[in-house]
Structure formats: structure tokens, C-alpha cells
Design a protein around this ligand. Structure first.
Ligand SMILES: C=C(O[C@@H]1C=C(C(=O)O)C=C[C@H]1O)C(=O)O
Length: 172
């Protein structure tokens, strides 16, 4: 299950002008504050786990590079996971971590494995979340996400970008 091309909007309201379904059952998940991992864990009856689909140095998309203000050809540490509740994938998450973010105390970001990134970001006093964007996906196959959310996290002048793509199983 891969991440489809996505258009990003500064607010839920502006995305809603094109895609009224943002105001449907997914709305809660598009807006929920604090750690998304925690919010998902609260919804599980039984188990929660993070399944790593990809972790390594790769090329961000042009749009991601522009959003992070990094050189267009510079590779970054990219992490793609599935957040699974009660054995089902509920969310696909894609995180872009620029090279400048991987030194010093943040070296651990390369060694997360199945530990949720949110647990690290929200337990550290250094990271602050920027505003939430709303994403409208262009699914290419049945079952792919249609709606997403994204925000940058900042540690001083270092930033990383976390996109969370909601699978219909989460909100239907
Ligand atoms: C940013 C958070 O981290 C979550 C955990 C992720 C991971 O482990 O890669 C990715 C995206 C988020 O859904 C959060 O919990 O808010």
C-alpha cells in the first residue's frame, strides 16, 4: 500500500472548499492535536504497533524539498511506516529528515526501527510542532488514502516533515 500524490492546503477549511469530505468522519483525525501516535493508541482495543516499510537515504520529492527549504537534489533520511491498530493498518506515515537534522542529540532518529517517532518528538523538550496542513490525495488504487495531514517539527533551526495519510479503515 503506497502513498499517492497529494496536494497540501494550509487549513482544513481551504481543503474543504475542494473536498467537502474533510468535514466528514475523518475530520477528527485531521485536526487532533498532540501526538498522533497517542491518539491512535487511545483508539485501539487491543494492540498498537509501528511497521517500518522503508528507512534510508533517498531523494525527497521536489515539493518536500521546497517545503523544508533544502537543496532539490540533496538526499534525506526518509522513513515510511504503517501505524497499525488491532492488527490492521490505519495510517501510512512518511517522514523526511534532512541531513542537518541527523547530527548531535538527534542521531537517534536514524535508529528508530519500530519505536514510534512521535514518542521521541513529544518526549523531547527541544522539538516544537508547526501548523497542521491538510492533504487531499489522488488515490491510484482501491484502499489507498484519500486524506492526509502534515506538519513540520522544529528543533532550533533544524526541521523535519511528518505526513500522516489516513486509511479508510481508521474513520469508517
Ligand atoms: C509525529 C508523530 O509520529 C508518528 C509516528 C511515526 C513514525 O514512527 O514514523 C510517524 C508519524 C506519526 O504518525 C506523532 O505521533 O504525532
Amino acid at each position: 500500500m503506497s502513498i499517492p500524490p497529494t496536494r497540501w492546503y494550509r487549513s482544513l477549511a481551504s481543503a474543504g472548499l475542494l473536498e467537502p469530505s474533510v468535514h466528514g468522519p475523518a475530520r477528527y483525525w485531521l485536526k487532533v492535536e498532540g501526538s498522533f501516535t497517542r491518539a491512535i493508541q487511545r483508539e485501539c482495543h487491543d494492540t498498537f504497533h509501528v511497521e517500518v516499510r522503508y528507512e534510508g537515504f533517498a531523494q525527497p520529492t521536489r515539493e518536500e524539498a521546497r517545503r523544508l527549504k533544502i537543496p532539490l537534489r540533496q538526499k534525506a533520511w526518509i522513513r515510511e511506516v504503517r501505524l497499525c491498530g488491532d492488527g490492521q493498518p490505519w495510517v501510512l506515515a512518511r517522514t523526511i529528515i534532512p541531513l542537518s537534522c541527523l547530527s548531535g542529540r538527534n542521531r537517534v532518529l536514524r535508529n528508530l526501527g519500530s519505536k514510534p517517532l512521535g514518542a521521541y518528538l513529544f518526549s523531547s523538550p527541544h522539538w516544537r510542532r508547526g501548523p497542521l496542513e491538510t492533504g487531499i490525495c489522488q488515490p491510484k488504487a482501491p484502499g489507498q488514502p484519500r486524506l492526509a495531514r502534515r506538519s513540520a517539527f522544529h528543533d532550533g533551526n533544524h526541521s523535519l516533515l511528518v505526513g500522516e495519510y489516513l486509511l479508510p479503515t481508521l474513520y469508517r
